[in-house]
Ligand binder design. Structure first.
Ligand code: ATP
Ligand code: SF4
Ligand code: MG
Length: 341
């Protein structure tokens, strides 16, 4: 059994304009100690999916299952979920100030976090642990900094404090939602290396949400490529980078910022993601896909194994076999259509 098993997750919001289907049948698994990256453009449902799993989505209609160590997080009590959040699953968000209280010293916040889950830990013990954690994430002179307020730390340091807090109860899983997007490149590297080091030391599994495929290349084992609320492709990192099947993955890789030197974008994917209200039964990527043909506009392709490989799933009508696929792509681009599926 995997540590986290998300199965057919649907999340929708009732809005004055209609029902927004933010997550549509998302499934993935995370094993102990593994890093799963969730990538996709803005609005693809990455945050809604992970926040729903941890019970942080308000006012949504939710269905499916999300089993963490066998407990279905979507159907457990608020108290059970509160216990699991923190002790079982730690969370880091893009903006640490939204999670750190501005009026309390960071050490106090870590102490409270520890004691909220285990009242048998004394304040002195929890404070020692807070100092130790701040040291572990690379805060210099942690015994002094423990009494500082969040605003006294730089952006990168605050993100490290968040990591310390998320790791305070030694969770089996860390969910990091764009943890370094707001930071400059050098600080990003430092924060990511702290996460990597802690993962090695404690064997923590990580769900890493990011726009940045450079980060995916560096840290992930498995990758879920999300588009319009659902997975377009799921595979190992190697497969995603070198043997991907889905045109959207190809598009994301084509728009990868150059690493080192300039950060200019290569070819961006043309067009915009679709509205999530009243999506037709069609491939959601069809309006932007250079290989689309009639079938793509008439029926949504299911996420299914590519060339019978159960570890490589793709939601695209293009053939699995590489040569056939290349031929099919040539045919669509010359306008003669595709017959193979
Ligand atoms: N409370 C809500 N009510 C209505 N729609 C919502 C609500 N929360 C999120 N959405 C919509 O759900 C979709 C998915 O949002 P989500 O925040 O998960 O995207 P994301 O992939 O995390 O994007 P980003 O990369 O910008 O963080 C978006 O279209 C968003 O507008
Ligand atoms: S199903 Fe068709 S439109 Fe969708 S990604 Fe594949 S080729 Fe493109
Ligand atoms: Mg998000």
């Amino acid at each position: 059994m995997a540590l986290l098993e998300v199965d057919d997750l649907h999340v929708s919001f009732q809005t004055p304009d209609g029902v927004v289907e933010a997550v549509r049948g998302l499934s993935f698994e995370v094993d102990d100690g593994q890093t799963l990256a969730i990538v996709g453009e803005s609005g693809s449902g990455k945050s809604v999916a992970t926040q729903t799993i941890t019970g942080l989505t308000r006012g949504a209609t939710v269905s499916g299952r999300a089993r963490f160590k066998g407990t279905d997080l979507l159907h457990c009590s608020t108290e059970q979920l509160r216990q699991i959040r923190g002790a079982g699953i730690g969370m880091i968000f893009q903006d640490p100030l939204s999670s750190l209280h501005p009026y309390y010293r960071v050490g106090w916040q870590i102490v409270e976090m520890i004691r909220a889950h285990d009242r048998t830990v004394t304040k002195a013990q929890a404070r020692r642990r807070a100092v130790e954690l701040l040291g572990l994430v690379g805060i210099p002179a942690p015994e002094n900094r423990v009494d500082d307020y969040p605003h006294q730390f730089s952006g990168g340091m605050r993100q490290r404090v968040m990591i310390a807090m998320a790791m305070a109860l030694n969770p089996a899983l860390l969910i990091a939602d764009e943890p370094t997007t707001a930071l400059d490149v050098t600080v990003q590297e430092q924060v990511l290396s702290v996460m990597g080091r802690l993962q090695e030391e404690f064997g923590t599994a990580i769900v890493l949400i990011t726009h940045d495929l450079g980060i995916v290349a560096e840290l992930s084992d498995e990758v879920v490529v999300m588009y319009a609320g659902t997975a377009m492709e799921r595979a190992s990192r190697r497969t995603i980078f070198y043997e991907h099947h889905h045109p959207y993955t190809e598009g994301l890789l084509g728009s990868l910022p150059r690493t080192g030197g300039t950060r200019e974008r290569l070819t961006p994917i043309p067009g915009l993601p679709p509205s999530l209200i009243g999506l037709p039964d069609a491939c959601p990527f069809a309006p932007r896909c250079g290989y689309a043909w009639s079938r793509c506009h008439e029926q949504a392709p299911p996420l299914s194994p590519v060339y019978s490989d159960p570890h490589h799933l793709s939601a695209c009508w293009l053939p699995g076999q590489r040569d056939e696929r290349a031929q099919a792509r040539r045919r669509t681009q010359t306008g003669s259509g595709v017959r193979a599926a």
